[in-house]
Design a protein around this ligand. Structure first.
Ligand code: FES
Ligand SMILES: [Fe+2]
Length: 387
């Protein structure tokens, strides 16, 4: 966010506090319950967003040095991402070209090559097949044609994206539809990866996104955790194509009123929450960044997600470690004990017949925007398939 936009958003939030208002959608939006339960829709989402789409992996800080690598399987596609010696990223399908075994597991650093554990085929960090035992038995299968299958990968604004199919396209600025300026202004290149935790819950992946889509619930669901820190039902909303950005107000935001605008530290008084469509929630909190990446599990009722904490500098003391551990634990306690159990109850309730649709109020514009765009993307894919 550029400085002038930070000021404009803070002004808006202060006005909302004064007038007891929040950014509003034009009208209510009824979202069919089947959006969260229908196996056919779940399959279409998996095909469109996760098996053929572009996914955000996280910040560049996940792979800071040449020889760093990580596997990523949450989309259903086995992905291997590597920082090459020249500093550029490579991404590959994590499947050996001999008989398909996974050539890497987990994550690591200082790697010079990947040796398949099954029969020892050896691949360079650029995916080329360097060597294989008993080469003479395979001369008819040319070595040059049996490198790891590359996937499009892009690194921009301090973040990493991968297309989950080899034929996929990655145009980051098109994907971000203007939100790139916001990300650029945050200087995400400079952050350090502190920790990533993986969660599995009995709820649809979109419900996990919805958790971060309004501040209406704060005082009711989080009276002792979030509510003391943030105002409920006071937020700004702006769409960037299918993505969006919200700013919520910290309880300290009133302090800005006594300062000239050129002295406002807007990030100190707010939280910035962006959805990078379709499945990434990016939260900028004063001095640190959290990213949430939600993925559908095996059924419409399952979500696998990972949350990462990125911090401004490396941890050099036990005190700093304690600080960030506490920060992460508090975040996890809130979502694990308050948000996600509520979502799981909603998910079970969707099958009860209580209602055919749920309703997003005018004060929940981000939820409306997110679900309208999910519906539109699926409809567009359907039309394209029919043509
Ligand atoms: S499957 Fe990888 S070397 Fe055989
Ligand atoms: Fe919440």
């Amino acid at each position: 966010m550029q400085r002038h936009e930070q000021i404009a958003e803070a002004r808006k939030l202060l006005a909302h506090l004064e007038n007891r208002t929040t950014d509003l959608a034009d009208t209510i939006y009824r979202n069919p319950v089947t959006d969260y339960t229908c196996p056919t829709q779940a399959e279409r989402e998996r095909a469109l967003f996760f098996r053929a789409g572009a996914i955000n992996i996280g910040l560049s800080a996940l792979l800071p040095n040449p020889g760093d690598w990580m596997t990523h399987d949450y989309s259903g596609v086995p992905i291997l991402v590597v920082r090459r010696p020249d500093g550029e990223l490579g991404a590959f399908l994590n499947a050996c070209r001999h008989r398909g075994a996974r050539v890497a597991e987990g994550r690591g650093s200082g790697e010079r090559d990947f040796r398949c554990p099954y029969h020892g085929w050896c691949y360079g960090l650029d995916g080329t097949l360097i060597a294989r035992p008993d080469e003479s038995s395979f001369v008819a299968a040319e070595r040059t044609a049996h490198g790891l299958r590359p996937l499009p990968v892009a690194e921009k604004y301090g973040m990493i994206w991968v297309a989950t199919s080899p034929a996929g396209r990655l145009e980051i600025d098109t994907l971000l539809s203007g939100l790139g300026d916001d990300l650029a202004a945050l200087g995400l290149d400079n952050y350090h990866h502190y920790e990533t935790r993986v969660l599995r819950r009995r709820m649809n992946w979109k419900l996990a996104i919805d958790t971060f889509g309004e501040t209406y619930h704060l005082q009711h669901l989080h009276p002792d955790t979030v509510d003391p820190l943030f105002f409920s039902n006071r937020a700004t909303f702006k769409a960037f194509g299918p993505n969006h950005r919200m700013l919520g107000a910290r309880r300290t935001i009133d302090e800005l009123r006594s300062l000239p605008e050129n002295e406002w530290d807007v990030f100190d008084k707010t939280v910035v929450i962006c959805v990078l469509f379709p499945n990434t929630v990016f939260t900028y909190q004063r001095d640190h960044v959290e990213t949430w990446h939600m993925f559908p599990g095996a059924t419409p009722d399952d979500t696998v997600m990972y949350v990462s904490l990125y911090i401004p500098g490396p941890v050099t003391s036990p005190k700093a470690k304690e600080h960030w551990d506490k920060n992460f634990d508090l975040l996890m306690a809130t979502v694990e004990n308050e948000d996600f159990p509520t979502c799981e109850g909603m998910q079970r309730g969707f099958y009860s017949g209580a209602q055919d649709s749920i309703v997003f109020g005018r004060n929940e514009p981000a939820l409306q925007h997110f679900h309208r765009n999910i519906t539109a993307a699926l409809a567009q894919a359907e039309r394209a398939a029919a043509e």
